[in-house]
Design a protein around this ligand. Structure first.
Ligand SMILES: Cc1cc2nc3c(=O)[nH]c(=O)nc-3n(C[C@H](O)[C@H](O)[C@H](O)COP(=O)(O)OP(=O)(O)OC[C@H]3O[C@@H](n4cnc5c(N)ncnc54)[C@H](O)[C@@H]3O)c2cc1C
Length: 505
């Protein structure tokens, strides 16, 4: 049912994908310049149905309070907290932007997406306990981590996380940290709320069922974006001055289609995930924390086991996982041809080299894929010794595509973070990778805007608007303890941050 290509009106900005990244960039750009026209294309029938959906991610407001992989131990035994400081600061920027939105726009769609859930780390064994003690000492020297508690006392830990301590050997060496300021975020409802706001603005059009399949760079620097309407096969073309590829797992194939030199050598490695979701309300009621453990040796950072209290659509939930898996799809709703189709002359070497350097990951994924329900229960019982199989059901999480890139020394490396790839002329940018992800969307977009709109960003008008959206913009929170207190007090009030008990769930 193919018809001829029609043209949509020329637009200033095209956003590809209706996930949290496009939502954040779109709103930020409209605040900076309300006259901008923005066209958004989304292949599905709703916003935030891939990684940004609440059930597809862990909903942790990543602040480095509990994620042990953000504080690696150096060879001399000291703890490197630089990444933790940066992630904590980035999450404070996100909260400020969300607080700005809730203060400026009184929209019910954007309320109650964030709640206080204490963030805890839990470790077993003498070596890990020593690591946690040193980590706690290093972090609490910074105002960003003030208030974090450390305990080796089984009774106190049982008070913090009763399910984790019930039935545990009283002689086992364990330790935990607790940070009450931790949060759980429903990124799906936040994203849908942000698109609601965006669509209300003049000059913004959102097209669902529209899959972008070609990108062409015109001689005048603008872009021709070709889409197919997946409902009727109609093809359209849109001309844009700036394109953001915010297609989550679908970003890599589109970046390749842009043919910008900066895209050369990038590849992607998909990792799927599964959770155990608790279905027993009595068990759910007994846990009020996000408890992160330590990834076992050789396993990738995204496999860190965690037991998460969530608040989704007003209901308290409990998840354990993620269990990793392997699928050649780049999106949960993608195609098994995604991975093979992404392999090109320019990235085949980095992909092979990264594969050879990461054989332990391959081994880990094979072992994870082969897990039986009993294996999964055994992994859960390391954290919940008294867990019962009938209280938990398997659920499929979102798909992540880890970044592979060229490396002079090693030929190719596998990265576990996010990466923004920008054309030299600033007319197109793509976001690859998935971690720390949605929590750092605001800081990622502040950086992207300054890189792609350098002249406007330097003007006093845009600088003032950056500070209006994110009052600590231009500051380094780790160096300004007073500002940490100020911003946390302000965002807590504006976001009406409460605990699930206060919410009555
Ligand atoms: C298992 C798991 C756990 C996670 N846990 C956390 C966490 O606890 N905290 C946290 O902060 N982050 C977490 N993340 C990461 C976070 O979910 C992602 O970083 C974030 O949601 C990515 O947003 P996005 O907008 O880039 O992509 P997405 O939300 O995936 O949106 C991309 C959109 O683009 C659309 N699209 C794709 N291709 C095309 C095309 N060709 N044309 C048109 N549309 C297209 C898709 O349909 C989709 O709607 C987790 C991710 C996973 C998978």
């Amino acid at each position: 049912m193919h018809s001829t290509t029609s043209s949509l009106p020329t637009t200033d900005v095209v956003l590809i994908g209706a996930g949290i990244m496009s939502a954040t960039l779109g709103l930020m750009l409209k605040e900076l310049d309300p006259t901008l026209t923005i066209t958004i294309f989304e292949r599905l029938d709703v916003a935030a149905a891939e990684s940004s959906d609440a059930w597809n991610n862990a909903g942790t407001g990543h602040s480095a309070f509990c994620e042990l992989n953000y504080t690696p131990e150096r060879p001399d035994g000291s703890i490197d907290i630089s990444k933790a400081l940066s992630i904590a600061e980035q999450f404070e920027q996100s909260k400020q932007f969300w607080a700005f939105l809730t203060e400026k726009y009184d929209v019910k769609e954007i309320q109650r997406f964030i709640n206080h859930i204490p963030h805890m780390s839990f470790v077993m064994g003498r070596e890990n306990v020593e690591f946690l003690r040193k980590r706690h000492a290093a972090l609490t020297a910074s105002a960003l981590f003030k208030g974090m508690k450390f305990s080796e006392d089984q009774a106190e830990i049982a008070d913090w996380m009763p399910l984790v301590m019930d039935g545990r050997d009283p002689d086992q060496t364990v330790a935990a940290t607790r940070m009450d300021l931790g949060t759980d975020v429903n990124f799906g409802s936040l994203t849908r709320g942000m698109f609601y706001l965006l669509q209300e603005k003049p000059g913004v059009t959102l097209h669902f069922h529209h899959e972008v399949d070609k990108l062409h760079h015109n001689a005048d620097g603008s872009w021709r974006v070709k889409t197919e309407n997946l409902q009727n096969g109609q093809e359209t073309e849109t001309r844009a001055r700036f394109v953001f590829i915010g297609a989550g797992g679908g970003s890599l194939p589109l970046l390749e289609k842009s043919h910008i030199p900066e895209a050369a050598g990038y590849g992607g490695f998909p990792v799927s995930g599964q959770w155990l979701r608790c279905v027993n309300p009595a068990v759910i009621a007994r846990h009020d924390a996000k408890v992160y453990g330590k990834a076992s040796v050789g396993s990738p950072p995204m496999s860190v086991p965690h037991l998460d209290t969530r608040v989704i659509d007003g209901e308290k939930q409990l998840l354990f996982g993620p269990y990793a898996g392997f699928s050649t799809k780049f999106l949960k709703t993608g195609s098994y041809f995604d991975l093979p189709a992404s392999i090109q002359f320019g990235n085949v070497k980095p992909m092979i080299m990264a594969g050879l350097k990461n054989l332990s990951l391959t081994k880990y994924l094979i072992q994870q894929v082969r897990q039986s329900p009993n294996d999964r229960l055994a992994a859960l019982r390391e954290y919940l010794p008294e867990a019962q199989a009938q209280d938990w059901e398997l659920a499929i999480a979102g798909q992540r595509v880890q970044v592979i890139k060229k490396d002079k020394k090693q030929g190719g490396v596998l990265e576990f973070g996010t990466e923004v790839v920008t054309a030299a002329d600033g007319t197109i940018a793509a976001l690859l990778g998935a971690s720390p992800g949605a929590s750092t969307a605001v800081s990622i977009m502040l950086g992207l805007v300054q890189r792609c709109f350098p002249a406007q960003s330097a003007t006093p008008e845009w600088q003032a608007r950056f500070r209006e959206m994110v009052p600590t913009f231009g500051h380094t929170l780790a160096d300004e303890p007073e500002l940490v207190n100020q911003t946390r007090t302000r965002t807590s009030t504006l976001l009406d941050l409460v605990t699930p008990e206060q919410l009555g769930v």
